[in-house]
Design a protein. Sequence first.
Length: 259
Amino acid sequence: MEKNNQINLEDKVMSQIKSGRIKLRSKYLFLAEKLGLGSAFILTFMLAALFFGLSLFYLKATDNLWYLSFGSRGFLAFLESFPFLLVIGWIILLFLAGFIFRKSGVLYDRPFGYLALALVGFIIIIGTIFTFTHLTERMEGAAFGSRSGGMFFKPFFKPGLDERERGIAGRIVEIGQDYISLQTPSRVVKVDLKRLEEGPQNKLSVGMFVVAVGEKKGDSFEALGLHNINNEEEMPMIRRGVHRRFGSFETPPPSFPER
């Protein structure tokens, strides 16, 4: 009985094929499709890892996380300088990689939830490795260099060097009675210290890098809190931006009274 049913089923399938209702596909087409999905997955996976690495690099290399050291006063400056474009790009690529991986049918007998967690874990690990290599720094240099290929990365790095309404970071070039002048990656800004509520930990000096929160007032900045950056390895993207704009800092020669 079962043999007869199997024969009838085969006859029906053959009749559908002969009538053109069912079309057979070459095994080479299946192979090409698998290879195409595999290549797309690898490319998307590596891009997702790269975007995650760039996000970590941005947070580590700019003034973004420093604003959190001011507590609630620096939260708006933190949001203003946050790398939203990089994070959104990473999330989109992450979901796209998961979709392609599921579409490929690899390990179809495994729960997709565990595979998704493994995928996220691998992307985070590889992205973290990217962060601690010179790749991200070279991409930053290409973004602000003269090569046309680096223009693709510039929109992702540029927010780290843009002027802010609630925060500022730069190198001191002048110290006045109630103000300081900062070289930022954009220009020289006068920072008013008259309303300063949270001062620096150490005495300010010319050539020192600082970060401040407050409010932009026209061409100047009114600071409410200010921290000095003693470690020269902190905020390297801000430092490189200032160096590109103004060059290396030279301590002015001492002035002697006239005799």
